[in-house]
Design a protein around this ligand. Structure first.
Ligand code: NDP
Length: 311
């Protein structure tokens, strides 16, 4: 079987940036798109914080452009999902990648950019308004709700951070916490309680996101007294955590307790030679398209260096 130089798993900003660099370095990369071609950005509307787009760009358009740019230099893009990997532990060893439980690719280097998936509540109404008022990223979409009223769901550090971030932009922020306490660190909680236009509603659950073309109201329930009420809000932000898409690497690569891949400090190197990680699969902190793209570049440069050292 042919042994490739470089296989990239995942098609978000990290994967495509790795592909642009790897193909320009003549590594002839194969990029496997995964379950959600284009990654998380395909669920956002306008991207206004990615440098180089003074008028903004839609998430799906940006991902199409990144794909075209990678293909222009010879990246082979495969539609399919990696279902299994058999990673070599030896320097210079061959890694086996299985796609859709049938096709196998062999490669000297693997760049993992499988991203993370935001958790959602699982309501049909939430799905309906995805990108039209429902978002899982305040930094990405908060700006569109300037001077408006919004709801944030969650009680952890992310929820505290997103709620205070939104309070700077919005008229009023309601933070729905399902228990009678927040899980967020004390300092983050203090920040929440010190913010005037931020109201924390403990013991509150979301029943329905309502509106016409966009979100207008949120139907919630106070679980203590079972009372329902309607909150007028145009934005509904989920901050109930993310899941890194790293399940297939379990038992082979080192990860933290949540499943984020652990790389060497300031590098993309994992615990196995020739296996590099980039983007949200290894970043629980920044989670931005630009930081993912930057780390995709790092992974491609690290892969190139690794291959050069084998000769
Ligand atoms: P966490 O898992 O810490 O918190 C998730 C929150 O969402 C919890 O309060 C949980 O409630 C709530 N939640 C989960 N499911 C539901 C649901 N179905 N309905 C309503 N609420 C729900 O996730 P985070 O993303 O906040 O943080 C992840 C990690 O990243 C943490 O270790 C955190 O400390 C870290 N982080 C650090 C930051 C910082 O230091 N600046 C910023 C952001 C994150 P419950 O408590 O009831 O389970």
């Amino acid at each position: 079987m042919e042994i490739n130089q470089c296989v990239i798993i995942g098609s978000g900003p990290a994967g495509y940036t790795a592909a642009i660099y790897a193909s320009r370095a003549n590594l002839k990369p194969i990029l496997i798109q995964g379950m959600q071609p284009g990654g998380q950005l395909t669920t956002t509307n306008d991207v206004e914080n990615y440098p180089g787009y003074p008028n903004g760009i839609t998430g799906p358009e940006m991902m199409q452009d990144l794909q075209k740019q990678a293909e222009r230099f010879g990246t082979q893009v495969i539609f399919g999902t990696v279902t299994k990997v058999d990673l070599s532990k030896k320097k210079g060893g061959v890694h086996k990648i299985i796609i859709d439980n049938k096709d196998q690719i062999h490669t000297k280097t693997v760049i993992i950019s499988t991203g993370a998936s935001a958790k959602y509540l699982g309501l049909d109404s939430e799905k309906k308004y995805m990108g039209s008022g429902v978002s899982a990223c305040a930094v990405c979409d908060g700006f569109f709700f300037k001077n408006q009223d919004v709801v944030v769901v969650g009680g952890g550090d992310s929820a505290a951070e997103e709620a205070t971030y939104l309070a700077n932009l919005c008229n009023k922020v309601y933070l729905l916490v399902r228990k009678d306490e927040m899980r967020a660190s004390k300092i983050m909680q203090k920040r929440v309680f010190d913010t005037k236009n931020l109201e924390v509603l403990f013991n509150h659950e979301t029943l329905e996101v309502m509106g016409d073309k966009t979100v207008k109201e949120i139907r919630v329930m106070d679980t203590k007294n079972k009372q329902e009420k309607i909150i007028n809000a145009t934005g509904f932000f989920l901050a109930i955590g993310h899941n890194p898409n790293t399940e297939i690497f379990k038992d082979q690569l080192t990860m933290d307790k949540t499943g984020y891949l652990i790389t060497q400090p300031d590098r993309s190197l994992t615990n196995l030679p020739g296996v590099f990680a980039s983007g949200d699969a290894q970043d629980s902190i920044y989670r931005q398209a630009i930081t993912a793209a930057g780390s995709g570049c790092m992974a491609a440069l690290d892969a190139e260096k690794y291959l050069a050292e084998l000769h």
